[in-house]
Ligand binder design. Structure first.
Ligand code: AR6
Length: 176
C-alpha cells in the first residue's frame, strides 16, 4: 500500500454530533476567552457539564490559531482540544494561515498527550463565517500533511453537522 493511501485510511468522515463520539479527543471550535458560546462550543460545554468551563477559565485564554487542552468531563471523549479559529473578514487578515494553525496546533497537542483518535468539527465555518469550501481544503491539507509525518495519531475524523458540509468534505477528500 502506498504511503498516500495509508494516510487516507486514517481519515474518516462522519455526519453527526461530535459530542456523542467515543474518541480520545474532540476538538472544540472555541473563542479566545475559552468561555462557553453557541454552535458546537455550546453543545460541547453542555454535554461536558460546568466543570469544563471551570477548567477552561484557568487557562488564560487562547490566541486565534492556537489550541489548548482540557479533560472531557461528562463527554465520552477523554479530552477536549479547544482551537480558536479566525473570524472571517474577507480573507486578507491571515484567516487561511490562522485556520491552518488550529489544525496543526491541535494535532501537536494530540501527539503530546498520546491521543490516538481525534475528531474535528468544521472550525470557523459557522458563527465565524469562514467560507466552507475554502476551510475544508485547508483542514484536509493540514491533516494529511500531519499524518504523513506522524504515526502516533492513528485516526482523524471530520465531523459534519449538515449534509451540505458533509458533501463539501466528500468532494475534497475523494474527488481529488
Ligand atoms: N457537532 C458537530 N458539528 C457541529 C455541532 C455538533 N454538535 N454543532 C455545530 N456544529 P460554530 P465557529 C458545526 O459556529 O464558526 C461559538 O460561540 C456547525 O454546523 O460552532 O468556529 C464559539 O464560542 C459548523 O459547521 O464555530 C465561538 O465564539 C461548525 O460546527 C464561535 O462560536 C462550526 O460552527 C466559533 O465559531
Amino acid at each position: 500500500m502506498s504511503e498516500k493511501n495509508e494516510t487516507s485510511t486514517r481519515i474518516e468522515l462522519i455526519k453527526g454530533d461530535i459530542t456523542q463520539l467515543s474518541v480520545d479527543a474532540i476538538v472544540n471550535a472555541a473563542n479566545e476567552s475559552l468561555r462557553t458560546g453557541g454552535g458546537v462550543c455550546g453543545a460541547i460545554h453542555s454535554a461536558a457539564g460546568p466543570e469544563l468551563e471551570k477548567e477552561c477559565l484557568t487557562l488564560g485564554g487562547c490566541k486565534t490559531g492556537d489550541a489548548k487542552i482540557t479533560k472531557g468531563y461528562k463527554l465520552p471523549a477523554k479530552w477536549v482540544i479547544h482551537a480558536v479559529g479566525p473570524i472571517w473578514h474577507g480573507g486578507d487578515r491571515r484567516e487561511d494561515e490562522l485556520l491552518a494553525g488550529c489544525y496543526r496546533n491541535s494535532l501537536k497537542l494530540a501527539e503530546k498527550h498520546n491521543i490516538k483518535t481525534i475528531a474535528f468539527p468544521s472550525i470557523s465555518t459557522g458563527i465565524y463565517g469562514f467560507p466552507i469550501e475554502r476551510a475544508v481544503k485547508i483542514a484536509i491539507r493540514e491533516v494529511k500533511n500531519f499524518l504523513e509525518e506522524n504515526t502516533s495519531v492513528e485516526k482523524v475524523a471530520f465531523v459534519c453537522f449538515s449534509k451540505r458540509d458533509y458533501n463539501h468534505y466528500i468532494e475534497v477528500l475523494y474527488n481529488n
